[in-house]
Design a protein around this ligand. Sequence first.
Ligand SMILES: Cc1cc2nc3c(=O)[nH]c(=O)nc-3n(C[C@H](O)[C@H](O)[C@H](O)COP(=O)(O)OP(=O)(O)OC[C@H]3O[C@@H](n4cnc5c(N)ncnc54)[C@H](O)[C@@H]3O)c2cc1C
Length: 371
Amino acid sequence: MVVSTEKMDGIVSMSRADLTAEVEPGVITGELKRRASEMGLFYPPDPASSEFSSIGGNISENAGGLRAIKYGSTSNYVLGLEVVLPTGAILWLGRHTHKGVVGYSLKDLFIGSEGTLGIITRAVLRLIPMPRTTSVLLVTYSDASASASAVKGILGTGILPSALEFMDRASLSAVSAYRGTEVFGEKAGSALLIEVDGTEEETGKAIEKIRAACREGAVSMEVSHGPEAEGLWSARRAISPALAKIRPFKLNEDVVVPLSKLPELVSGVDRIAGEMDLRYANFGHAGDGNIHVNLLYDEKDGGEHERALRAVDMVFDLVIRLGGTISGEHGVGITKLAYITKELSPAAHELMRGIKRLVDPNNIMNPGKAL
Ligand SMILES: Cc1cc2nc3c(=O)[nH]c(=O)nc-3n(C[C@H](O)[C@H](O)[C@H](O)COP(=O)(O)OP(=O)(O)OC[C@H]3O[C@@H](n4cnc5c(N)ncnc54)[C@H](O)[C@@H]3O)c2cc1C
């Protein structure tokens, strides 16, 4: 049986006084963000899929996205949930207030549970006042390790950007091929896209300080303010569809490493792809150590898919060795099931299975997923 919450798409209420919204799970995230901004409010979680993913899906995957570096992931904005348990019981978990510590935080058990514990039918979300404006800086470097090292300098300024995105050479050239014009300049071997938000005065000063921190080794720098920055953002958003220009298929892994290990991750992926004779593209949320490693392949090309699968295994081993996680925001689903014991201890894994058995004794909710 398939249960769809797609048509449960009502925004029940939105309060500027309480800084909350109560919504049904089928509300599209981008729509909630727009409605909030009309009231001068901000719902920060910003997965790149926000124009077609839903609040119920975002909560179930604990979606992160571009602004997680400053504002955190979806879990930071869920105050309360109505859930229907597999037994048919309807429960309210959490609360309508911004704080509350009575009892275990059961709503947090449902956040990121990938639909394995129950159906979310309503959510109370935290909103914050809308930042006045944004400024964006695009810096290109000759290679990926220069960008990865620059992240340390940026965060060392004491300013927390509202986005800090990384793109490697393959990502940049894919976007240029997709657009049919050189977008980043021929000498660009990697790029960082850095956004700061606040008042005009704050963002102006912050972007200058960050520009100074990025200068060493930079090939080019470009600053944009307010809505003008959309051009820079649209290049970043074009990466996913553009990669199909290089190879028709990809294994997209959203690994995370401690920030100090980013250069080692980038060089390690390069070595693994070389050994497996694969093309790849790395891009993503460098500011929180979350890089989308895309191993590209063509099913028609003998053995390339198998080599890509072997490379995924090696990338996961590398990430665990660096103290990271095999998924920062996409979750486990089915395709990562085989790898979760690389990360979870047997005791933690068994405790999770015990919780699943308790809440869903007949294993009817997304059986075979996540655990
Ligand atoms: C181009 C692209 C870019 C992306 N960028 C990002 C990104 O930047 N950050 C990020 O975190 N993710 C990203 N994603 C991944 C994906 O969009 C997110 O995981 C998103 O949260 C999924 O939401 P959805 O509404 O599509 O959920 P679905 O895919 O429909 O569902 C996801 C899971 O949640 C369960 N579920 C859905 N609704 C409910 C409910 N009401 N109750 C219980 N379980 C439910 C489903 O059973 C399923 O297991 C991206 C995906 C694409 C295709």
